[in-house]
Design a protein around this ligand. Structure first.
Ligand SMILES: C[S@@+](CC[C@H](N)C(=O)[O-])C[C@H]1O[C@@H](n2cnc3c(N)ncnc32)[C@H](O)[C@@H]1O
Length: 213
């Protein structure tokens, strides 16, 4: 993933963002060593941003689509009260095995519920309402995730979609993922049921708030 603001500014922002718990620092190192996809991990700045959003929305129930090795799940779970819940979807057993090991060591282990399998199927079986949702799985399905996730959100709840600027390729979408992300961005932009903003943080985060009816 190319960052939008360039390496020096990314490093500066990282250096001036609250450090995550030591467990997450270790998870980041292991993800780097054990997977060939460490760029998928949200990391400190976006992780803290998600944690803050979940806190501000007073989240008691969080939904995540795309867990990977568990970094963002653990960050967001930190915003939950002791009886809060985070439901996260993942298809890959190897990534999930790493996530499980770290979740087990964390104070949030009882809050986090992992649902293995294609997220579109998992979403069909989940019961709302959720206060906050973070979508960060297969980009080709972004437009398909929108309605089910919105349906599971409470009025006033927030959904955040990651990588919506697709390393800048979104302005001239040439691949399937870019076209799907663009479709999602357009769909949200035209949707009167939400208020929304597309932020140029990291690889772009689209945040939509479901309006109370
Ligand atoms: C970008 S990573 C998620 C990163 C994670 N949020 C973090 O901060 O570490 C995307 C994840 O979505 C998973 N994924 C891809 N397609 C999926 C699907 N159809 N259903 C559920 N998970 C999927 C991938 O295996 C991968 O682990």
């Amino acid at each position: 993933m190319d960052t939008l603001v360039g390496e020096p500014l990314e490093r500066y922002a990282l250096a001036h963002t609250q450090a995550p718990p030591e467990l997450l620092e270790r998870l980041e190192v292991e993800t780097l060593e054990a997977t060939d996809a460490s760029q998928m991990l949200t990391g400190r700045t976006e992780g803290q941003f998600l944690r803050l959003l979940a806190t501000l929305v007073g989240a008691r129930r969080i939904l995540e689509v795309g867990m990977f090795t568990g970094y963002s799940a653990l960050m967001m779970a930190d915003a939950l009260p002791a009886d809060g819940e985070l439901h996260t979807c993942e298809v890959d057993n190897d990534y999930a095995a790493i996530a499980r090991r770290y979740i087990e060591q964390s104070p949030h282990r009882d809050k986090i519920h992992i649902h293995m399998g294609p997220a579109l199927e998992t979403l069909e079986g989940l019961l709302g309402p959720f206060d906050f949702a973070f979508v960060d799985a297969d980009k080709g399905n972004y437009p398909n995730y929108y309605e089910p996730v919105l349906g599971l959100l409470r009025p006033g709840g927030l959904v955040a979609f990651d990588n919506v600027l697709w390393s800048g390729r979104i302005v001239d979408p040439q691949d399937d993922a870019a076209r799907a992300i663009h479709e999602l961005n357009e769909r949200v932009h035209r949707d009167p049921r939400v208020e929304h903003v597309l932020l140029t943080i990291r690889d772009g985060i689209l945040i939509a708030r479901k309006l109370p009816t």
